[in-house]
Design a protein around this ligand. Structure first.
Ligand code: ATP
Ligand code: MG
Length: 367
């Protein structure tokens, strides 16, 4: 193995363009569509990379499972000069989709600005290497470009995570970038013009809405696509199953993949707690205060697998699952403990022998 490849294997979390390098290569090779300026492949191939299919003999695994039309709209947005904003509840694959879109379109998903309350205009535009600035004055070498400026220069895709967490003046700095497609650097007396292919994919969480409501001026520059929670039980099970096996293999977890029965139980519990109703719609259920998204179901199962692999027989038991469920559902709130207790007693206990083992294990922990 080449030295570079060995190093890549040590990376804790591989970016999408490395993880799916073979798929991306296969798609580029067989691409016969029209490739937009600055793109690595045609919009049809980008779509295939995201929703799955075949490129010659190579299997393309689905990255986003759900409504294909949404992905078509997302890709079509990026073909034009409009930016893309993915919004939705936590854990609805906004970040995952934006990473995979950037990997397919631009070949790199790493030009990221993480939106926080502390994000400043400099993170969006540029800043200076102050030692060099003091020594030599403003020179191109002393300029520290933001990921967005680098994407403009390269004609690539920049990602802006959790954009609604930024203060409004930071969000406003984006408006001029998105409408003028330039960043001026008055200190150097020059302007940086975006090359063809430049765009921004931003994400925002609907639970954060109201922290800093995005201005209409900024919203108008984005095409907004809402990613929904998985539509039905079987879709959600499919998503969880696929991601758990991918994540478990990347951690080299020496545990058996969760049985279909365990997946069914976890996803059922999650969907019922989330919707406030049993799946057959016959009984009402209280929802915990915290978020119980698909992403949580995925991490719950991988955590339970780690428990089973490290301290159990390698087979996922009801006790391992119960420990995971407790952590996912009862966050820091005593009310959650009560909600979970009620669910256990009113719903799960009555579900009969198949659920008994899990019920007992959950009951034991949720004292
Ligand atoms: N419809 C889906 N298709 C494929 N994977 C999904 C889907 N929904 C959720 N996931 C998985 O859920 C996990 C979490 O997704 P991600 O971190 O992108 O969520 P998010 O929407 O950005 O959440 P947050 O708002 O908390 O940042 C990922 O591993 C992703 O694969
Ligand atoms: Mg995210």
């Amino acid at each position: 193995m080449a030295a570079g490849q060995e190093q890549l294997q040590d990376i804790m979390r591989q970016p999408a363009e490395i993880l799916f390098r073979h798929e991306l290569e296969a798609l580029r090779e067989e691409d016969s569509g029209n490739i937009p300026a600055g793109w690595q492949m045609s919009p049809q191939s980008v779509l295939k990379f995201i929703v799955g299919g075949k490129a010659g003999p190579t299997e393309i695994t689905p990255k986003y499972i759900g409504n294909k039309r949404l992905i078509e709209m997302a890709v079509a947005t990026l073909v034009t000069d409009r930016a893309l904003l993915l919004i939705g509840e936590p854990g609805t694959a906004k970040s995952w989709l934006s990473e995979n879109l950037a990997a397919a379109i631009y070949g790199k998903s790493g030009l990221v600005v993480q939106g926080t309350a502390g994000t400043s205009e400099e993170h969006v535009r540029y800043s200076w290497n102050y030692a060099m600035l003091l020594a030599q004055g403003p020179t191109p070498e002393a300029l520290v470009q933001s990921p967005i400026m680098r994407a403009m220069e390269a004609g690539g895709i920049a990602r802006f995570e959790e954009i609604s967490r930024c203060a409004s003046e930071v969000q406003d700095a984006l408006i001029s970038i998105l409408s003028e497609k330039t960043i001026s650097v008055p200190e150097l007396g020059k302007e940086m013009n975006a090359r063809k292919g430049f765009s921004i994919i931003a994400t925002a969480n609907t639970r954060d809405r109201g922290v800093n409501e995005m201005s209409t001026a900024l919203k108008r520059r984005f095409n907004i696509i809402v990613l929904p929670a998985p539509a039905d039980l079987s879709t959600e099970i499919e998503i969880v199953k696929k991601r758990v096996s991918e994540i478990a293999s990347s951690y080299d977890l020496q545990a058996a993949a969760p049985a279909d029965e365990a997946l069914l139980k976890v996803v059922t519990i999650f969907r019922e707690l989330r919707s406030g109703m049993t799946l057959d719609k016959k009984e009402k259920v209280k929802s915990p205060a915290g978020v119980i998204s698909t992403a949580e179901a995925i991490s719950l199962l991988t955590n339970s697998m780690a428990l089973a692999a490290s301290f159990g027989s390698g087979e996922l038991t009801d006790e391992d699952l119960a420990a995971g469920l407790q952590g996912a559902i009862v966050k820091d709130d005593d009310k959650d403990r009560l909600v979970w207790k009620e669910y256990l007693d009113n719903i799960m206990k009555k579900r009969g022998a198949q659920w008994r083992g899990l019920y007992n294990a959950c009951k034991e922990i949720n004292q």
